[in-house]
Write a protein of this length. Structure first.
Lengths: 433, 179
């Protein structure tokens, strides 16, 4: 399949009019069948239609997603994504953990971009506390998040390649991601689930010689990305498999509450880093990558190019990293420095109180959103004045993006469904929480 | 008090008592939380307020969730709003004007139902199911009001405050000794 002309664009029409909603409704693509019923469907031998289960253990579902598919021959008619296999009640757990322990919990949601989860949690706590974090902490957060966006997109390129048969790509993507994770390990002590970004700043300052490590990354990656271009972007088989497959329009994507690369692939330039700058994104220079057709190929190309944009931001962070403190020196929030504990009884008590009791956060409720590699990652936090959140809700972009699956799979071949599902890039830890 | 001072003093008093922003979209009251616009509605005005807001450009329903205020039934709310046990919280975004608004709807414990906004935002399919699953709030008009994260035959709604952590035996599917 190939696309020869641009889709018509009506500039005057309002976004997501009633026609879009009616059209979505009329498509009738979501299979409404209970899980138990799906296991006991009797198939008529003469009928081409059948219901099959894909997953929960299937390599292309990137975790434990189960799809109940209604097929007519090889064509997908209706789909029901069945989720919840990774549900561990993290929002309930968050109500028991103090604000300082919170990041250890949320970091396990989207396990391929853990720093973003920590960031959105910390921003929500800081918004409720009303503390302003030092400039250096802001820039460290921004640089680490952009590196995390790169590692997350590299993971996507690896698995997306594997799903489409480019098995070499899996090894290359994993290799590059490992380089980034190695840097994370030197900074945070862990490859994943860092608990590095905490309310009040970050856990530790950047180690000596961090510039050399980042510099090496920024030197190596551009040529590796060029290799990916050769391996996939311009390759005819790759293009045939992805172009024109799983198309979504802007209005459909907005109606389905989609954000991130999937929405941007339809031509809608919505990026919270630019639209609602948090951290110091208003002070760095970068482009928002948008697509045109909203197909699987655009979603792939956007992520590939977002790695390049992230590298631009990381470069600026490196050049302009301000001096100063890496966490706020507010005695209420920050434990005293390690060396003070040996010489001061008050510091020891203070340290003990913060880690056993936690700090109190003023009453209130707040919704904070950041742009994660998958879209808008939000945190709705309600505090009743105690030491742990009264309610903490994470708006996981994968959870919302997954709703597009029945729409983009409809009418396509089952084999294309794999390509499309991979391009949605759902992380099941975040879907199920 | 002289005549010239009185109007000024009255104005200051009024400003202190008035909500921070006037309530648009037919909401009962509006307030501001950490600089974010919050609209308060009851169950009846919920659907109208959201559809009016949608017509005004808030075409992206970013998030829908709920809070169980069982421990804080007397929490601070605008005077015209009576606090109920549950609150359904909807976050809307206007991608053109880049505005956000949050709508908090009160849902009573005795009859935990509220209108579904599925007809306006098809993207709330999964999250409304999640709220039902976690809090037991039923969305009238939702095409598939079933559980989504917990097993289909699960008993109870885990994010309610009267469900405590670690006290509930795990219910496995097709186990014989269901509670």
């Amino acid at each position: 399949m190939s696309i020869t002309e641009d889709p018509p664009v009506d500039e005057t029409a309002p976004l997501v009019g009633q026609e879009t909603l009616d059209a979505l409704e009329a498509r009738d693509v979501v299979l409404r069948l209970s899980e138990t019923a799906a296991e006991h469907v009797e198939h008529d031998v003469d009928d081409e239609r059948m219901i099959i289960n894909m997953g929960p253990q299937h390599p292309s579902t990137h975790g434990v997603l189960r799809l109940v598919l209604e097929l007519a021959g090889e064509q997908v008619i209706r789909t029901k994504p069945v989720i919840g296999y990774l549900h561990t009640g993290m929002e309930k757990t968050a109500e028991e953990l103090t604000y300082l322990q919170g990041p250890t919990n949320v970091t396990r949601m989207d396990y391929s971009s853990p720093l973003f989860n920590e960031l959105v949690f910390s921003l929500a706590v800081e918004e409720l506390l009303g503390v302003e974090i030092p400039e250096r902490a802001t820039w460290i957060r921004m640089m680490m998040c952009e590196l995390n966006r790169m590692s997350s997109h590299l993971l996507f390129l690896a698995t997306n390649g594997m799903d489409l048969g480019a098995v070499g790509m899996m090894l290359y993507g994993w290799r590059e991601r490992e380089e980034v994770l190695r840097f994370f390990e030197t900074v945070t002590g862990l490859r994943m689930n860092h608990n590095y970004i905490r309310p009040g700043g970050v856990a530790a300052d950047l180690p000596d010689g961090w510039e050399d490590d980042v510099e090496r990354l920024l030197q190596v990656l551009p040529e590796r990305l060029e290799e990916f271009d050769v391996l996939m972007t311009g390759q005819p088989i790759w293009r045939d498999r992805t172009q024109g497959v799983g198309v979504l329009t802007t209005d459909e994507a907005l109606a389905l509450s989609t954000t991130g690369p999937i929405l941007r692939s339809t031509g809608m330039p919505l990026d919270l880093r630019r639209d609602e700058p948090y951290l110091a994104y208003d002070q760095v220079d970068f482009d928002v990558i948008v697509g045109t057709y909203g197909d699987t190929y655009d979603r792939y190309a956007i992520r590939l190019n977002e790695i390049r944009e992230s590298m631009r931001i990381v470069r600026q962070c490196m050049d302009r990293m301000p001096d100063g403190d890496y966490r706020v020196q507010d005695k209420k929030v920050t434990p005293p420095p390690r060396m003070r504990i040996d010489e001061s009884m008050e510091a020891l008590i203070h340290h003990f109180k913060i880690f056993t009791d936690g700090f109190r956060v003023p009453e209130g409720e707040v919704y904070v959103a950041v742009e994660s590699p998958r879209g808008e990652l939000g945190c709705y936090m309600v505090s009743d004045g105690g030491t742990s959140p009264y309610r903490m809700h994470i708006r996981g972009p994968s959870f919302y993006n997954l709703q597009t699956v029945p729409y983009v799979l409809h009418g396509g071949l089952l084999a294309d469904g794999i390509a499309t599902l991979a391009s949605i890039d759902p992380i099941m830890g975040e879907v199920d929480r | 008090m002289s005549d010239t001072e009185t109007p000024d003093a009255a104005e200051v008093d009024d400003a202190a008592e008035e909500p921070v922003v006037s309530a648009p979209y037919g909401a009962i009251a509006a307030s501001s939380s950490r600089g974010q616009v919050v609209l308060h509605v009851g169950r009846e005005g919920y659907l109208d307020t959201i559809s009016t807001a949608r017509a005004d450009g808030f075409v992206l329903c970013v998030d829908i969730t709920a809070v169980d205020y069982a421990n804080h039934l007397d929490r601070a709310l605008p005077a015209s709003i009576e606090g109920e046990r549950f609150e359904v919280v909807v976050n809307l975004y206007d991608p053109v004007e880049r505005r956000r608004v949050r709508i908090r709807a009160q849902v009573p414990e005795s009859d935990p139902t509220i209108a579904s906004i599925y007809s306006l935002y098809p993207g709330v399919d999964a999250p409304e199911r999640e709220v039902y699953d976690m809090f037991g709030i039923t969305f009238e008009g939702h095409p598939d009001p079933t559980r989504i994260l917990m097993p289909e035959d699960w008993d109870g709604h885990p994010l309610r405050k009267d469900v405590s952590q670690g006290r509930i035996p795990v219910q496995f599917k097709s186990a014989t000794n269901h509670r």
